[in-house]
Write a protein that binds this ligand. Structure first.
Ligand code: NAI
Length: 373
């Protein structure tokens, strides 16, 4: 039977092709909530992918999606990714995400953000929100007034501030792990590292690498920024269009996603890729192409988990030393993934996904035993 226009069936089939509960990525989710506050204009979707390991933590993205189906697809994909990221970061957290539909610059208001906070509160702690594209630390401080299930607030609001230094530390220890595995020595002294994008994370990473005695080349679309970081860290500077082609030991994408594609991979001249950028693989085939080219790829969501660990520390009220040791644990995780890929003859991306699934399944078993399903 054709769905009736305007009914729930109609909306749902438009979003997911008519078979919602069996629909690929949707089927994997525990809970997906559409929230609407007509007074403020809030239209948002909160997706809880998994709470097997703990409450689902993930940022709230404020974005002008073209259609509601695009928003749904994005929130489902992102929340699933958060489960894997938290699991491999060794956190007792699940995966979730929220999307607020609209152009933040045109439609954001304090009333809308506060309404979103109330919706998060109604989930009773199953979902913990945080900053993401289009939302700010100030928004999180505002949300904090409606719910305690929020992290990424300002130091004045009880938070831990900018997570970028933790992210950079995680990338640095991931590089040491790759160096030990692939070059036979964890030391980065004398290794040539090419950092593409020296914003908050890339600049902090350049500082750590310079202190470790690495040879550095940096690039940024913002030439003044690249020049400044090159001066501060004793690096050479390259153009943003050529940095990925440099002959080097490690290429570190620290700008936008999609750096590794059919087009760029044949032009790489590095031995390993270890960087902070999210979604570095522009297409699934990219992991295979890197493998075939003999380039070791440390999966981005493992390498850049320092930011998540940083905001999670706010939730768990960890001391600074605990935060640092948890970020440093990214190193052994990368080592385990590289070893598993070598043993199983798979790509490192596949090995990471498999390890994440095993950790979540194990968490599921433990929580079922506790009767906490
Ligand atoms: P940012 O916005 O501070 O820095 C990005 C830098 O990349 C900017 O200086 C920009 O000019 C430059 N850039 C943009 N396109 C470029 C290109 N094509 N070539 C060279 N440079 C380019 O961002 P941030 O916070 O440093 O994040 C960097 C990456 O790491 C992003 O992909 C982000 O999603 C990811 N990430 C950041 C975390 C954090 O704690 N800040 C946590 C986890 C992931």
């Amino acid at each position: 039977m054709e769905p009736m226009p305007g009914t729930v069936t109609d909306i749902v089939s438009a979003a997911a092709g008519g078979a919602v509960f069996d629909h690929g990525v949707f089927a994997a989710h525990e809970q997906v909530v559409f929230v609407h506050d007509p007074g403020s204009g809030l239209r948002a979707i909160i997706a809880v992918h998994s709470t097997a390991l703990g409450p689902a933590l993930g940022g709230a993205r404020f974005f002008p999606y073209r259609t509601e189906a695009d928003a749904l697809a994005d929130v489902l994909r992102l929340s699933q990714g958060m489960t894997a990221k938290a699991a491999l970061a060794g956190l007792e957290l699940g995966g979730g995400k929220a999307v607020i539909i609209g152009d933040a610059r045109a439609t954001r208001s304090d009333a809308l953000i506060t309404a979103f906070g109330r919706m998060v509160e109604r989930l009773g702690g199953r979902y913990i929100t945080a900053e993401d594209v289009g939302t700010t630390v100030a928004d999180m401080d505002l949300i904090r007034r409606s719910t305690r299930h929020v992290v990424g607030t300002s130091p004045a609001g009880g938070g831990l501030g900018d997570p970028s230094p933790s992210t950079a530390l995680g990338v640095f220890v991931a590089m040491e792990a790759v160096a030990a595995h692939s070059f036979g020595n964890p030391s980065l002294a004398g290794r040539h590292v090419a950092v593409a994008g020296v914003g908050k994370v890339g600049a902090a990473l350049a500082g750590l690498l310079a202190a470790a005695g690495a040879r550095l080349t940096v690039a940024d679309l913002d030439d003044a920024r690249a020049r400044q970081v090159a001066r501060d860290s004793g690096a050479e500077q390259a153009g943003p269009d050529e940095i990925h082609t440099l002959a080097c030991d490690i290429y570190a994408p620290c700008a936008m996603g999609g750096a590794l594609s059919r087009r760029t991979i044949p032009r790489l001249s590095c031995r390993a890729v270890v960087g902070a950028a999210n979604n570095q693989l522009a297409e699934p085939a990219a992991a295979e192409l890197l493998d075939r080219a003999g380039i070791v790829y440390a999966p981005d969501y493992v390498v850049n988990a320092g930011g998540l660990i940083h905001v999670a520390a706010e939730h768990f009220r960890l001391a600074a030393t605990d935060l640092s040791s948890r970020v440093r644990a990214i190193g052994p995780t990368v080592t385990a993934i590289l070893a598993a890929a070598r043993t199983a003859g798979t790509t490192t991306a596949a090995a990471a996904d498999r390890l994440a699934q095993a950790r979540v399944a194990n968490g599921n078993a433990v929580s079922s035993q506790k009767g906490d399903v």
